[in-house]
Design a protein around this ligand. Structure first.
Ligand code: NAG
Ligand code: NAG
Ligand code: NAG
Length: 489
């Protein structure tokens, strides 16, 4: 009893201690880099207002050819998204899911890539709950998955016309949190899309299994050492060596420990030194010496509409009558960047990535009818029901049951290859593939070289006349010659 109590206490003390250590570390870095005391000039403020208006004024086009829309979830909350279409067609549908600390606006550079089939596909970039122009949730647990699955199904109904040829397909592209959540959707609601493209975030179940495996073997080796320390002295260093990838991953994830500190610390981290944290993330995203990086533009993309934009409305409502506006919770976040940051980091606290997901009856019914439709003999073009497909049997817990393409910047700053990529192939099903981009980091959709690779991959399967490729990697290599094929199934 007492010993388990102490063990628990020790665990949470070291958890918070490591969080606090990182908190101070970050503040130190901000001070050292000089961003901490940098004040915005009038010019900066003006540019920020212009960027906010451009991205979030609902009566404007956030990027060429795109307009603002809202979807009201069954729980009454709104999701905000931008799209190049306003009604049904027979074209493919691509839904983009961003990550932290971003919004739908992070896709703005990717959308300008000529390889993205904007003219012949419906593109939907949505703000995750609590981000950009989407409403705040009370908690960021599996409610988020529920919302995203419902949203994708609703977009299929809205944009793929009922008499569309069965070849109109649905794709999901996810980065960072959009990727971690995308892996869960591909595993637990695979029928909502025909292919998932996931970039730079862990498949959490797989990363946790990697962690357990390392802990297990380290502890086995350590036991040998304990058994006869003198004879098996070498086992001590061997056991520590085994743990090395885990330790490295823990250091890389320091910011996650910071987000699990009490609110006052997290909220301060969000605004400290004039938003040094988020600014730092942007600078990393674009890479050193980028000529595309605009501080104010990136900040406007991360922090969503301001109080001014919350007064605007779409030209035409979803139902064709009333115009839509941002929900009241968006205005609250607009007035308080600390609340905005607290919501964005909620995903790291509330278990969206690992809590067991019990689906609502409504969603189960929707998924069931998608499965049914897919297994009808007359729907030739559609992927047949994957769940009844023995090739997608649940071999490993959490394995993905829809074709999945993973494109991974190897210089990833937050997820080590050893913990998050090695062995991922075991979790992928038929028609899946992993490509590594050796010179790219975490922000594949932003950095110019990797986003060209990503756009090329998307174009190769989502364009109207797309035909199956032997490998996606060979397409990517046309624009990123040293891209490497790691897994092909
Ligand atoms: C950031 O700088 C601007 C301009 O000087 C200032 O108005 C604002 O209060 C600063 N924000 C923080 C959190 O320090
Ligand atoms: C939003 O844009 C419209 C023009 O498209 C402009 O008239 C309006 O003033 C803008 N709203 C705000 C709050 O900036
Ligand atoms: C999210 O933001 C809202 C304001 O929109 C705030 O009232 C709420 O406390 C925040 N909730 C979480 C879980 O972050």
């Amino acid at each position: 009893m007492a010993s388990s109590f102490f063990r628990k206490a020790l665990k949470s003390v070291s958890f918070y201690a490591f969080g606090l250590f990182n908190w101070f570390l970050f503040l130190g870095l901000f001070v050292r880099s000089g961003t901490f005391f940098k004040k915005d000039s009038e010019q900066d403020k003006l540019q920020y207002a212009i960027a906010r208006d451009r991205f979030w004024n609902l009566s404007k086009a956030p990027f060429p050819g795109f307009r603002h829309f809202f979807y009201t979830l069954r729980n009454g909350l709104q999701l905000h998204y931008v799209s190049n279409r306003h009604g049904p067609s027979s074209d493919n549908l691509i839904v983009f899911l961003h990550g932290f600390p971003d919004s739908s606006m992070m896709w703005r550079h990717l959308m300008q890539e000529p390889a993205i089939p904007s003219n012949e596909a419906t593109i939907v970039c949505v703000d995750l709950p609590g981000y950009g122009g989407s409403d705040s949730f009370k908690k960021y647990d599996t409610e988020v998955l529920e919302a995203l699955a419902e949203f994708v199904i609703a977009m299929r109904e809205k944009y793929i016309s009922a008499d569309a040829p069965d070849s109109a397909r649905t794709f999901i592209v996810g980065h960072d949190w959009g990727c971690a959540l995308g892996f869960r959707l591909a595993s637990e609601a695979p029928c909502i899309a025909d292919r998932f493209t996931m970039t730079n975030a862990p498949h959490v179940e797989h990363a946790l299994a990697n962690k357990d495996r390392l802990l297990n073997s380290a502890s086995k080796i350590f036991k040998q050492f304990k058994h006869s320390p003198r004879r098996n002295f070498g086992c001590l260093s061997k056991s520590l060596n085994t743990l090395r990838p885990l330790l490295r991953q823990t250091l890389l994830m320091g910011y996650i420990f910071v987000f699990n500190l009490p609110p006052i610390f997290v909220k301060y981290m969000g605004v400290a030194g004039n938003y040094s944290f988020v600014r730092g993330a942007h600078r990393l995203a674009y890479g050193r010496g980028s000529t595309e990086y605009r501080v104010q533009e990136s900040m406007a993309a991360s922090f969503g509409p301001g109080p001014e934009e919350c007064k605007t409305s779409t030209l035409l409502g979803t139902d064709g009558k009333d115009a839509d506006t941002y929900g009241p919770s968006v205005l609250e976040r607009a007035k308080s960047p600390k609340q905005a940051f607290w919501n964005m980091t909620g995903y790291y606290r509330d278990g969206a990535a690992w809590r067991p997901w019990t689906k609502s009856l409504e969603l189960l019914a929707d998924l069931y009818s998608l499965e049914e439709a897919a297994s009808q003999p007359n729907s030739l073009g559609r992927r047949r029901s994957s769940v009844s497909n023995p090739l997608f049997a649940d071999l490993v817990k959490g394995s993905v049951k829809a074709p999945t393409y993973v494109i991974w910047g190897e210089q990833e700053q937050a997820c080590s290859r050893a913990m998050c990529l090695d062995g991922l192939g075991d979790y992928l099903g038929k028609d899946s593939e992993i490509t590594i981009l050796p010179r790219s980091g975490h922000w594949t959709p932003v950095a110019p070289e990797s986003r060209l690779a990503l756009a090329t991959a998307i174009g190769s399967y989502a364009a109207k006349d797309a035909t199956p490729m032997p490998t996606m990697t060979s397409e990517v290599q046309k624009v990123y010659p040293d891209a490497a094929l790691v897994v092909k199934k």
